[in-house]
Design a protein around this ligand. Structure first.
Ligand code: ZN
Length: 376
């Protein structure tokens, strides 16, 4: 994630701090200092908020280490003002494994709460929930309630909360994965409506959570539908096969002509039958003002680029396309350019798939029966 700094490495996983988190820290420190002009208050507030996010890291590590048991690595954990995000390489598709991974985070908070209670209850030092404030109050007591709140909040059965994944996993043990996701997403959106309505009258913060949940549910359902529609389909069925190329000595004016005449934005540059570069529309526009129309393509093109193989699965290549921050990927077989893949044409493919699945029979995306593909 951009604007993040690495602050630690735990169990081989990098922990990042997002820049906006510093704004939260600054706000907590400053507002408490200004209230009573007390540095002690500011330090107290900062200590509490830092501990709270330390607990959030432990929660995320719970997910990460449970996923590791199933051979799934975690790219990193990032701390944002709204909480922590562990970027797992993928979610386990076996519902039982997903259930374990989803529950592992809240389980960490349950254990922490029990440990703290074991310390506090015998000494009769536990205060009630109402005493929880950023500054002041009994520190360990506050941490008990932080852990309880994290368990309750995360187990709300709605994406992107852990509870949404728990619900999906439980449903997926009884039905197909895509269907389970759809139902879990609907329940999440229903809850979002309730939060939103209650929030209007009671606590505006709930409206914020409602939005978050609504978008999370829609995102998760969309992603799973996309993965299922792209599953088992090789790139050669999705790629563009009608495109223009350039040679390194062509003037960039040729690319301008192609851009004006068609929809293509990026042009593979071919020399001796091999792709040696890509001229992107963005680079072209940036360089046009300085170099003019007669500059040769080879001076403006990118020489480092990713490619795809026509036999690769659409799902993996699409993930790469989203990560590489590029608009298109040349599809290369034995050194020869055979097609181009863009996000738009994956989108078109999905649109056609969904139209076909409505007209031809309900789609059953099980391993044996690939979803319908329009003729090519
Ligand atoms: Zn979690």
């Amino acid at each position: 994630m951009k604007w993040s700094w690495r602050i630690a490495r735990v169990a081989g996983i990098d922990v990042y701090l997002h820049a906006t988190f510093l704004i939260l820290l600054a706000w907590v420190g400053l507002s408490h200092y200004l209230a009573r002009h007390s540095l002690g208050d500011a330090a107290d507030g900062l200590l509490f908020i830092s501990t709270l996010f330390g607990i959030v890291v432990l929660h995320e590590l719970g997910h990460a280490l449970a996923a590791r048991r199933y051979g799934i690595r975690t790219r990193d954990i990032t701390l944002l003002p709204i909480g922590g995000v562990a970027r797992l390489e993928r979610m386990p598709e076996d519902p039982r494994q997903e259930l374990v991974v989803a529950l592992a985070g809240p389980a960490v908070n349950v254990v922490l709460a029990i440990l703290l209670l074991a310390l506090l209850v015998p000494a009769a030092a536990l205060r009630n929930f109402g005493d929880v404030q950023l500054v002041g109050g009994h520190f360990l007591s506050k941490l008990v309630w932080v852990n309880v709140a994290l368990v309750v909040f995360n187990l709300i059965p709605a994406f992107p909360m852990d509870g949404g994944r728990v619900l999906r996993a439980l449903l997926a043990m009884r039905m197909e994965y895509v269907r389970a996701t759809e139902i879990a997403a609907r329940i999440g959106q229903g809850l979002a409506l309730v939060f939103g309505a209650v929030g209007l009258f009671w606590n505006p913060f709930l409206i914020f959570i409602a939005l978050f949940v609504w978008m999370g549910a829609a995102g998760e359902a969309g992603m799973v539908q996309m993965k299922s529609a792209l599953g088992g389909i090789p790139i050669r069925q999705v790629m563009i096969t009608d495109y223009q190329t350039l040679s390194p000595q062509d003037p960039v004016s040729r690319a301008v002509e192609h851009i004006m005449a068609g929809f293509q934005q990026d042009f593979p540059v071919i020399a001796g039958g091999q792709v040696i570069g890509i001229l992107t529309r963005a680079d072209l526009m940036a360089e046009l003002a300085q170099r003019g129309l007669s500059a040769p393509v080879e001076e403006v093109m990118q020489r480092e680029f990713q490619t795809a193989d026509p036999a690769e699965m659409a799902e993996t290549v699409f993930a790469r396309l989203q990560q590489c921050n590029c608009h298109s990927l040349p599809v290369v077989q034995a050194g020869q350019l055979v097609g181009i893949l863009t996000a738009e044409n994956v989108g078109e493919f999905l649109m056609i798939q969904s139209a076909l699945s409505k007209t031809i029979q309900p789609k059953t995306a099980t391993a044996g029966t690939p979803p319908p593909v329009w003729p090519r």
